[in-house]
Design a protein around this ligand. Structure first.
Ligand code: U2F
Length: 562
């Protein structure tokens, strides 16, 4: 069946159910954004033309909202607790619905079981029933629940699952045996899924799929209006929980010399002691009123927490400059409580690395807060700069619809790599050598599987310098790492074409392979496809990196990916 774009979201609002504060927040958001979603759907429909889109049957099981997993978020919705996850789930539901797919939503174990067709009380029996869904979107909590209650069919159908995973899961943590042997075992990882089945809130590592969320978009008239009515001396502090303000008196004092400081900190009856008297605290605001506040403000200022949330994008979209602290040394699961136990070793160099690296100046200033002069100079400079409201395409409704459309139509983790037909010979080398000896390109006429996605001709292979991760090595060349291309590079042939002088070649399980070790001139191939990883580096190795191009403002998609 062909999927048809939907513009009326009232049925979605019904599907979302009611009761919990978190669902109420999500529904309000969806309702408010309806016009934006509708407009975006029209634009994307025009862009895609008459292309065929399969309608999928989709189950969305939001595990963290189930009582069975404790549902710690819902009671905190009105008290300054995290809202980022709810923003994202609301937008995922809207995206799937607007794209025209069949949708079921569950937020309890009971509903999950009834949708999966598991008879009550038969949770653990080795039952393999046909699954009425082509795709299941869930989170780590939901994954655990499905494993417990689907019996054998979990194994059979896990390739249909997509895991919404805010901070990402790197391949080394995902592979159970490897993680256990090499100290990458955490509370969350070890599911042996295809790493692309994990979908993140920001494009952290191309090993995972970038899901994202949306921010409200302004039209030209609104942009001009906002620019004209900005108060150049008005700052809003990022942080709705009082604890975030603790110990920040020094910065607040400096900022107070130049600007009127506003906060949206939740409080019960009195001003929280962490928030100085000179701050105008509005209390936690409903989302639309928070947006209004941002429209008037010149500066949105972060004090280091929360990490990687939606608010800075909203601030920048509403014409604010975002000022944030650089982390030196970077925070990671190795040195910071918040990231401890998360299945990633990603190093976070500032409060909001996406804002720093994908947006940057003049919208984003990342400074060393330990240096008061640098901090003060930044505030003064920001007050003098003019900025336009800015929202990267990938965070617009159209951008999110486009990206998820592409995933749904092209990502298939159930198709087993079929065995080579009998008598088949090794395919001809797919490479040509570029003038630069460390760079390979895939030739257009090379034999590549038809329908492969991303298409193989977008491959650009590079031998990274020692100690460089493929994520960074590709970025160095204005490209992005594409893990699905690793198989093309995992051969002696590829090393040869790159003129890597291998004295010996071995095949082992190591998330840094394929790679070359200079001393001893050893070449290493990857033995376990699940361990192909863009993330990860060691000064011992030059990694062999599969890179590809990407669309401007849509890093998840290559030029020919639509
Ligand atoms: C992030 O979660 P947070 O909820 O702390 O992220 P924020 O960036 O603060 O923003 C979430 C939303 O809160 C809204 C605002 C944002 O969309 O419009 N809001 C509001 O409604 N009223 C207000 O007064 C102020 C803001 C991140 F998203 C999570 O994934 C992480 O778990 C968490 C911890 O790092 O940080």
């Amino acid at each position: 069946v062909q999927a048809v774009f939907r513009s009326n979201l009232s049925h979605l609002l019904e599907l979302m159910g009611s009761g919990k504060e978190s669902l109420i927040f999500m529904k309000k958001r969806t309702k408010r954004l309806t016009a934006q979603w509708t407009l975006a759907a029209q634009r994307l429909a025009r862009k895609l033309g008459s292309i065929w889109r399969d309608q999928k049957q989709i189950l969305v099981h939001i595990g963290f909202l189930t009582e069975e997993s404790g549902d710690v978020f819902s009671p905190r919705v009105l008290k300054g607790g995290p809202l980022g996850e709810m923003v994202q789930w609301a937008d995922i539901l809207a995206t799937l619905y607007v794209l025209g797919h069949g949708l079921r939503i569950t937020v309890s174990l009971k509903e999950l079981q009834s949708n999966l067709g598991v008879p009550p009380g038969r949770g653990n029996c080795p039952l393999t029933m046909p699954l009425p869904f082509d795709l299941i979107y869930t989170d780590y909590h939901g994954l655990q629940q499905m494993k417990q209650h689907m019996g054998l069919s979990f194994k059979k159908y896990r390739c249909r699952i997509r895991v919404i995973d805010t901070f990402g899961t790197e391949p080394a943590y995902n592979h159970e045996e490897y993680a256990t042997l090499h100290g990458y075992r955490t509370n969350w990882g070890y599911w042996n899924l295809n790493p692309k089945q994990f979908m993140t809130m920001f494009p952290h590592t191309p090993d995972n799929s970038f899901m994202g969320f949306v921010s409200e978009e302004l039209n030209e008239t609104e942009k001009q209006l906002i620019k004209g009515s900005k108060a150049s001396n008005m700052a809003v502090v990022y942080g709705k929980e009082a604890s975030i303000w603790k110990g920040k008196e020094k910065f607040l004092g400096i900022l107070n010399k130049y600007m009127e400081i506003h906060g949206t900190v939740y409080y019960e009856s009195q001003r929280p002691p962490e928030v100085p008297a000179f701050v105008k605290n509005h209390g936690l605001l409903p989302q639309p009123e928070f947006q209004q506040l941002l429209r008037k403000a010149k500066l949105f200022i972060g004090f280091g927490f929360p990490y990687e949330g939606p608010a800075p994008l909203e601030a920048i979209a509403n014409g604010c400059v975002f000022l944030q602290s650089r982390f030196s040394p970077p925070h990671s699961s190795l040195n910071h409580e918040f990231f401890r136990g998360k299945p990633t070793s990603r190093e976070v160099f500032s409060q909001h690395p996406y804002a720093e690296n994908f947006i940057g100046k003049p919208h984003v200033w990342t400074v060393d807060y330990n240096n008061s002069e640098e901090f003060e100079a930044a505030i003064k400079a920001i007050m003098r700069t003019q900025v336009d409201p800015y929202l990267p395409y990938e965070y617009t409704c159209e951008g999110m619809l486009e990206r998820i459309h592409a995933y749904i139509q092209h990502q298939d983790f159930c198709a087993a790599p079929g065995p080579a037909p009998p008598g088949a010979r090794a395919p001809l080398s797919p490479f040509v050598l570029a003038p630069n000896a460390t760079h390979l390109e895939w030739t257009q006429n090379a034999s590549s599987a038809p329908g492969a996605w991303p298409p193989a001709h977008s491959l650009r292979a590079w031998l990274a310098t020692a100690g460089r991760a493929c994520t960074d090595a590709c970025l160095d060349h204005g490209l992005v790492c594409e893990p699905s291309f690793f198989p093309f590079l995992n051969s002696q042939d590829a090393f040869q074409k790159l003129q890597v002088p291998c004295d010996s070649t071995e095949s082992e399980m190591n998330h840094l392979y394929p790679a070359f070790a200079q001393p001893g001139r050893e070449c290493f191939l990857q033995k376990e496809p699940l361990l192909f990883s863009c993330a990860g580096s060691s000064t011992k190795y030059h990694r062999l990196c599969p890179c590809r191009d990407f669309r401007k403002g849509q890093v998840a998609l290559c030029q020919d990916c639509l």
